[in-house]
Design a protein around this ligand. Structure first.
Ligand SMILES: Cc1cc2nc3c(=O)[nH]c(=O)nc-3n(C[C@H](O)[C@H](O)[C@H](O)COP(=O)(O)O)c2cc1C
Length: 197
């Protein structure tokens, strides 16, 4: 059975449009027998990376309680990726980039020797055989343009840890009037409908 990890990252709770699209996909795919796990980084945030935590994530002896807690969470998040076939990442655009909730998750899963390694040929991703689907919502229209720092950034980070099969569902122009928003959501739902897992 295909296993899908759904990552929500909006700060807008029940009003989130990216979470609503992820829920739409979850409902559809679970009816097809797909096993879904949902992690809401908005309501259950990963702590912001600081010097103490960054040092703790490198492991070693004499770690503080706070470092041990962070390391355990990081291990859990990495294991969660490994336990699923497909990772769906809800990525609303906030100030041209990803929400800090999602950046903190990335800061906890990008670990040298665990999810990537530096070799004499450059960095190598250690997460193999996974597919990622980015579901990005945005108030304006940015697809493919120089103002989209969401999709290129996430594609780079995912590739860095070894996830090179990346697809994107766009819901654009959501704050450009009700008609444009309806088109944006409907196009995103059509893209989800067209996917096979
Ligand atoms: C803090 C914040 C910053 C935003 N910045 C941008 C932006 O830079 N460009 C844009 O097109 N839309 C921006 N928006 C609009 C959101 O991308 C849009 O409302 C999207 O649907 C939010 O997804 P969500 O409802 O899942 O959080 C911003 C919204 C918020 C709350």
């Amino acid at each position: 059975m295909t296993k899908v990890l759904m990552l929500k990252s909006s700060i807008l709770g029940e009003y989130s449009q990216s979470s609503a699209l992820v829920d739409y996909a979850s409902k559809k795919w679970s009816a097809q027998g797909v096993e879904i796990t949902t992690r809401d980084l908005g309501s259950n945030p990963v702590p912001m990376l600081d010097g103490e935590i960054a040092a703790g994530l490198r492991g070693g002896d004499n770690l503080s309680e706070r470092q041990l807690t962070a390391l355990a969470l990081s291990d859990e998040l990495v294991a969660e990726i490994k336990a699923h076939d497909t990772i769906v990442i809800a990525a609303p655009m906030y100030n041209f980039s990803i929400p800090t909730t999602l950046k903190s998750w990335i800061d906890f899963i990008a670990r040298a020797g665990v999810t990537f390694a530096y070799t004499d040929k450059g960095p190598v991703g250690l997460i193999e055989g996974k597919r990622a689907i980015i579901v990005t919502t945005r108030g304006g229209a940015h697809k493919g343009g120089s103002t989209d720092h969401v999709v290129p950034y996430l594609t780079t980070v995912l590739g860095f840890i070894g996830i090179t099969q990346v697809e994107t569902v766009y819901a654009e122009a959501l704050n450009m009037g009700p008609d444009a928003a309806e088109v944006g959501i409907s196009q995103a739902k059509q893209a989800i409908d067209a996917m096979t897992l």
